[in-house]
Write a protein that binds this ligand. Structure first.
Ligand SMILES: O=P(O)(O)OC[C@H]1O[C@](O)(COP(=O)(O)O)[C@@H](O)[C@@H]1O
Ligand SMILES: [Mg+2]
Ligand SMILES: [Mg+2]
Length: 330
C-alpha cells in the first residue's frame, strides 16, 4: 500500500504544500494517540473557558488546537492560521505562501462518550492583493489548494483532495503512516439515507420542513421510496459516511437564536467538506447558493449546509426554489 507522500508527489503537489500537509498529519497522529488513550491521558472533559463563539472548550479542543498551531507555525511555510479555537488569526512567517484554516476537533461533544471526532483543514495561498491580517483568509472555497479531514474513529483515516479527486488513507499504527486505502472516492448520485439533527425540526424554514416531512413518508409519500436516518453529531463522521456510501448531510438555518441562524463554519467546516464532496461527484449548497462560491466576510462566519449525493441535494434545492419563505440566514 502506498504512503501519503509518494502519492502527493505523483500528483505533482508542490513540495512546500506536501510539507504543510505532512505536518498536519504529524499533529493528527499525536491527537489520534491521545484520543485512543482516553481517560488514561487525563485530557477528557471540559475546560472552564469558552471559545470566541461562546462554546465551552473541551480540554482536547485546546490541546489539539495548540498542537496543530505550533507545529504548522514551526515549519516556516505557513503565513498564518485561522482556527475555530482562536479569536483571531495567528501569524507565522511573513514571507510564507500558505494559509491554513482548521477545526482542530470537530464533533467534540462526542469526546466524553468515546464517539468519533475529527480534524478538518483547508489550505489556501496568500492572495496577491492582500498580504496582511484576517482579510487574507477571506477567499472563496474555490481558492482552496488542498482540503480534508482526519477521522478519529475505530481507525484513524485521512480523507483529502488537492483538486484531483478524493483519496482515503488509513493510519497504520505499526508503521506510524497514513497508507492509501481508497484510490478514488465517488459518491452515488442517488440515496435513501439522510443526516440531520431532527430535534431542530420545529425551528427550520418551510422548505426544509417540507423536504424532511416528504422523506419521512417513505414509499407512501411523494418521494415514493423509504429513507433511513443517521446522525453522529460530528460533521466529520457524518460526511465520511456520505463519502463512503452516499446520502445527504444537512445542517440548515433555523430560528432557535435570532443572531445565530447557522451552526457550521464556512472557512474550516463547510468549504473543506464541500471541496471533498464536489471532487467526489456530489453537490454542496446552502439551499440557495453553491457553498464554494460564497465570498466570506469573517473568519468565523457560519453557513447553512446541505451536501452529498448530487441528485438528492438537487431535490432538496428544488424545495427551496418552489417554497417561498423568510430566510433566517439572509
Ligand atoms: O449539537 P448538534 O446540533 O447535534 O450539532 C452537531 C454539529 O456540531 C458540530 O459538532 C460542530 O463542530 P464543533 O464540535 O467543532 O463545534 C458538527 O460537527 C456537528 O455536525
Ligand atoms: Mg466542527
Ligand atoms: Mg471543533
Amino acid at each position: 500500500m502506498q504512503r501519503l507522500i509518494p502519492v502527493l508527489n505523483n500528483d505533482h503537489v508542490p513540495l512546500h504544500l506536501i510539507s504543510v500537509i505532512n505536518t498536519l498529519m504529524t499533529a493528527a497522529k499525536e491527537i489520534s494517540h491521545r484520543l485512543h488513550q482516553g481517560s488514561l491521558a487525563g485530557t477528557l472533559g471540559s475546560t472552564l473557558d469558552e471559545n470566541i463563539q461562546g462554546e465551552t472548550q473541551k480540554k482536547l479542543d485546546v490541546v489539539s488546537n495548540q498542537l496543530i498551531k505550533n507545529m504548522l507555525l514551526e515549519t516556516n511555510l505557513v503565513r498564518a492560521v485561522a482556527s475555530e479555537e482562536e479569536d483571531d488569526i495567528v501569524e507565522g512567517n511573513p514571507d510564507a505562501k500558505y494559509l491554513v484554516a482548521y477545526d482542530p476537533l470537530d464533533g467534540s461533544s462526542n469526546i466524553d462518550v468515546n464517539g468519533s471526532v475529527g480534524t478538518i483543514f483547508s489550505i489556501m495561498e496568500v492572495p496577491d492583493h492582500c498580504k496582511h491580517g484576517k482579510d487574507m483568509f477571506l477567499q472563496t472555497g474555490d481558492e482552496q489548494v488542498a482540503a480534508g479531514y482526519i477521522l478519529y474513529g475505530p481507525s484513524s483515516m485521512l480523507v483529502m483532495t488537492t483538486g484531483k479527486g478524493v483519496r482515503m488513507y488509513t493510519l497504520d499504527h505499526t508503521v506510524g503512516e497514513f497508507l492509501l486505502t481508497v484510490e478514488q472516492v465517488k459518491i452515488p448520485a442517488q440515496t435513501q439515507e439522510f443526516s440531520i439533527n431532527m430535534a431542530n425540526d420545529r425551528f427550520w424554514s418551510a422548505p426544509m420542513k417540507q423536504y424532511i416531512k416528504d422523506l419521512l413518508q417513505g414509499e407512501e409519500g411523494p418521494r415514493g421510496k423509504r429513507f433511513n436516518m443517521r446522525w453522529n453529531a460530528a460533521m466529520v463522521s457524518d460526511v465520511h459516511r456520505v463519502l463512503c456510501r452516499g446520502g445527504i448531510f444537512t445542517y440548515p438555518a433555523d430560528c432557535r437564536e435570532a443572531d445565530k441562524p447557522c451552526k457550521l463554519r464556512l472557512l474550516y467546516e463547510a468549504n473543506p467538506m464541500s471541496f471533498l464532496i464536489e471532487q467526489a461527484g456530489g453537490r454542496a449548497s446552502t439551499g440557495y447558493e453553491r457553498i464554494m462560491s460564497l465570498q466570506p466576510t469573517e473568519i468565523h462566519q457560519r453557513v447553512a449546509v446541505m451536501m452529498g449525493s448530487a441528485d438528492e441535494v438537487g431535490t432538496c434545492l428544488q424545495y427551496h426554489k418552489d417554497i417561498p419563505c423568510q430566510r433566517f440566514d439572509a
